[in-house]
Write a protein of this length. Sequence first.
Length: 161
Amino acid sequence: MTDKPRARRRKPVAAKPAFAAWTKAFLSELAATSNVSASAKKAGVSTSTAYDTRRANPEFHRRWMEALCEGYDHLEMDLLLRLRTGEIKPAAGAKKGVRTFDNATAYRLLAAHRDSAGRQRAIRSRADADAIVESINAKLQLMRQRALAAPGKDADADTAG
């Protein structure tokens, strides 16, 4: 027998998906899961490729952050549902589970969210106030235009008295 080393067979290297295709899949999965590793796997790229692209591409970084925020919103909604409806946990020696509520976590989440909710309400009320002021200004402008278009009516009103 000869002692020739066997040639190793290399796995064929899969072609890297096109940028537009993998980023769309990656960002979609990131928004759904908030998990970078799972998102990279779903997109068919390595996590290092995703992180390198995020560092090099400001637009991709912006979209990454939006997707991550959306993912956190999903997680928060899941947590809120669990906190509101409770979780069924098995009781020791019982055949049925017992619904439990995690009030401490619910309170911490509420306290943490209070400031951001307050800021959002302020932004919304400011936008509402701006819309009202804009509407009033538009009506005043229309009244000015009507008054300028009919100067004879003002003169007739002054002489009638």
